[in-house]
Design a protein around this ligand. Structure first.
Ligand code: PLP
Length: 475
């Protein structure tokens, strides 16, 4: 099938046929995915299976594809592409994105920077995203592999504000200032990772308590900053949440901005999924608040439904962004925008195309509507919970995440934790709907996060009925 000394086929028509078959079959798979279970565990036997030796001589593409179907696709639980999936915060993708991925691979462009059209498209897409969140022309942005990476880049820039030259040349070990960052107890763990990777040290990430809505207690933040300054420490930045991972809580950005302005601190917003709510009419207020930030990190593979993995970081002042990451080299002198001057990666894929194609094809209005509907679905779930005698809502529904548990008449917390753990396990094994878990205030929580345009209300109705049914049997 393959030409001598080449990776290309002897006959391109055969390859095209094979490609058409793959495309048709993967779309057929996605089309009826709701008929499958959302999740199943890999069997003991299968678990041991994926340890073959490296293939020395090749085989036909048809054989490899068949192997993929049997050993990968059929064994893989659909999870986040299933309409009943409500776990963690995972986007379900979209069919235009599938095609875009194919085109991206076909072009195989390396989007480092320069005058190529691929760079123009990324710049255009970043421009759209800046506008969505109310940032000006002077802001800069970069597409990343996801929000963890975006958080890391943003906090690097924040850290370097203390003394960019010293940090870049001497390293932070030589600094005489003990820099402090602040985040709420509900922050995402990628923030802790970033703080550790940046050499700041997790002890210098001061955690601020949250109020009963799981939002950062801004009085406590201001007090802590004052206290740290009095003790000779050096506050640098605050990380605020729009959409905490546990319960979707939205911090009071305006209040936090007043504090960061007063003390000249960097304001970073982790809006991994929650920032997208700002594009809807009902959350317009968020857009103004987001634009107060010095930097914003968010994902496109979560609530924008772009195929994994793509996130974005936006920085209010381009110069600061550039200074943190630009490095010159004799073999790569340049005048145009080079994306490698705004992040860690040099070679980069053409992620921008999937965003560009999805936005062009579906249009922003459709996205607004889908995000709005997800929020409505969460409210609907909240109502079902409030109307039931057996269930208890465990956090306010700020966006698209609903935290609840089966309660019955039971007051014993240990028993309740145990019951709800068992309910969740049964639900997940049944695979019709797939919520995940968390803990709030020591209480075990069944958590439904709706970043799923395929999830109809009937799935939510089913979830509630089934939790009550299982719970009633346990007690
Ligand atoms: C998912 C998430 C992240 C990390 O994003 P990745 O794309 O998984 O790297 C960070 N913060 C919050 C609030 C998240 O929900």
């Amino acid at each position: 099938m393959w030409k001598e000394n080449s990776l290309e086929p002897e006959n391109w028509d055969d390859l095209k046929e094979c490609g058409k078959k793959m495309l048709e079959e993967i779309f057929s798979y996605v089309e009826v995915i709701g008929e499958e279970k959302a999740w199943w565990p890999l069997s003991e036997k299968d678990n041991k299976r994926y340890q073959e030796c490296i293939p020395q001589s090749g085989q036909s593409l048809e054989s490899t594809y068949q192997e993929y179907v049997e050993t990968v696709l059929k064994k893989n639980a659909p999870m986040n592409i299933h309409p009943g999936f409500l776990g963690w915060v995972m986007g379900c993708g979209n069919p235009v994105g599938v095609l875009a991925e194919m085109l991206i691979a076909g072009m195989n462009s390396n989007v480092i920077g320069g005058m190529q059209v691929t760079c123009k498209i990324e710049t255009e897409v970043i421009g759209w995203l800046k506008e969505l969140f109310g940032f000006s022309e002077n802001a800069s942005g970069l597409l990343t592999s996801g929000c963890s990476q975006s958080n890391l880049l943003a906090l690097t820039i924040a850290r370097n504000q203390v003394d960019n030259e010293c940090i870049q040349e001497d390293g932070i070990a030589r600094m005489d200032k003990n820099m402090i960052f602040y985040a709420s107890e509900e922050r995402h763990h990628s923030i802790d990772k970033a703080i550790e990777v940046l050499g700041i040290g997790s002890k210098q990430l001061h955690l601020i308590p949250v109020n009963e809505r799981y939002e950062m207690d801004t009085d406590a933040l201001a007090e802590r900053i004052c206290k740290d300054i009095q003790e000779g420490q050096h506050p640098v930045g605050v990380i605020a949440n729009i959409g905490t991972v546990n319960s979707g809580a939205v911090d009071d950005i305006k209040k936090i901005h007043e504090i960061t302005s007063k003390y000249h601190l960097w304001l970073h917003i982790d809006g991994a999924f929650g920032a997208m709510a700002a594009i809807t009419d009902s959350y317009q207020k968020l857009r103004n608040e987001i634009s107060l930030a010095d930097s914003l990190a968010f994902d496109l593979h979560k609530w924008m439904y772009i195929p994994y993995g793509v996130g974005c970081v936006i920085v209010k002042e381009e110069k600061k962004h550039y200074e943190a990451f630009s490095a010159s080299s004799a073999y790569m002198e340049h005048q145009d925008i080079w994306f490698s001057d705004y992040g860690i990666e040099l070679s980069r894929d053409f992620k921008a195309l999937k965003i560009w194609m999805c936005l062009k094809t579906y249009g922003l209005e459709r996205y607004k509507k889908l995000i709005d509907e997800d929020i409505q679905k969460a409210r609907y779930l909240e109502t079902l919970i409030q109307e039931s005698k057996e269930l208890e809502l465990l956090s306010p529904v700020s966006l698209n995440i609903v935290c609840f548990r089966y309660k019955g008449n039971e007051a014993d917390e240990r028993k309740l934790n145990d019951w709800n753990k068992r309910i969740l396990m049964i639900l997940q094994f049944e695979g019709k709907v797939f919520p995940s878990e968390t803990t709030l205030n020591g209480k075990y929580v069944i958590r439904a996060s709706i970043v799923n345009y395929k999830c109809q209300k009937s799935y939510l109705q089913y979830l509630i009925n089934r939790v009550i049914e299982i719970g009633n049997k346990l007690r």
